[in-house]
Design a binder for this molecule. Sequence first.
Ligand SMILES: Cc1ncc(COP(=O)(O)O)c(C=O)c1O
Length: 387
Amino acid sequence: MNDRARDPATALPFLPFARPVIDEAMIAVVGDTLRSRWIASGPQVAAFEKALSEHVGGRPVRTFTSATGAMEVALALLGIGPGDEVVTPAQSFFASANVIARAGARAVFVDVDLATRNVDLAAAAAAVTPRTRALLPVHFNAPLDPAALAAFRARHGVRILEDAALAIGSRAGGRPVGATGDLVSFSFHPNKNMTTIEGGALVVNDAAEAAAAERLRFHGIARLPDGTRDVEVAGGKYNLSDVSARLGLAQLARLAEWCAERERLAMRYFDCLAGDDLLTPERLPPRDNPGHSWNMFTVLLPLGDMALTRKGFMEAMQREGIGTGLSYEAIHLATYWRAQGWREGQFPVAERIGRETVTLPLYPGMADADVERVCVALARVIRSRPA
Ligand SMILES: Cc1ncc(COP(=O)(O)O)c(C=O)c1O
């Protein structure tokens, strides 16, 4: 449904669970880029990568057509392939694990923390074997702790690819996510805190890794001193367009303002939901959450106390003119991973989140009254009976 459409039942505007900010200034700069006729990768990509690098304190950044592409390139950069293991949380978007399988390596799932939904590092340490080459943790409902990740890397001698798809604009240890650590990937999908329509980025450690990432994102092509081209590694095709990059530049300039607005709206959610005996604090994200950029506001539904199923709940909210999301299923229970031997009962926290989670509307431009409307509907719908 068009998110500006009025819901006929309520005569109130429909509230989607996520909505990018695309204003006239952004449409104008995209139009200028289109009119320039240089629309594939070019000067705007270079400028966007420079701006992203400044955002992460000077570390090199390369852009991609998606975070998934950035993570695929990152694993190739690390030389991860058949025979290797990568430890990763069982609770994330499917992409976090798919990229490991697509590299030919084995994903080793571990459980997550109920509040932050971030990987349980003690479980991750216990899952390390001599074949473990990397940890692929996800910034979910709180920024990952850079000191804990550095200690993990030093102790186990593995590389770390931080999946920060949800965390552009987050700060950890007082610095932007991406300013520290090993490899860090971001997503610029329209549901994220800033968008390039589709797109992603990878923060790397040095110029050599940046050059390798550039080759891997564009067919593996290297330029030779005589002006001809060579391919040493079969690369893919993941380069961002200049049109997307120009939008990304305009969005990045607003990121801090939008993250502050998201935080304010998240606090409004906490205030409105406080005191609801069915939505206890363990069902909500951590409120005291320094540096978190609030890409989502997730709640665990009290299904045991509800007459509705989660699907029934989401449909009832839709009838109230409120969109909800499902972030995310427990990855290891998908058919592909069950076929590799993963099964129910192995990761109880990830499985519980996968069963109970829903995502409520949260995006810049929402009014406090919109948050209040969602909370009133939520309280009513979790207590309602099937229609
Ligand atoms: C945790 C996580 N990782 C990776 C991705 C993939 O991002 P993209 O759609 O840019 O490939 C997403 C997208 O939602 C995500 O939520």
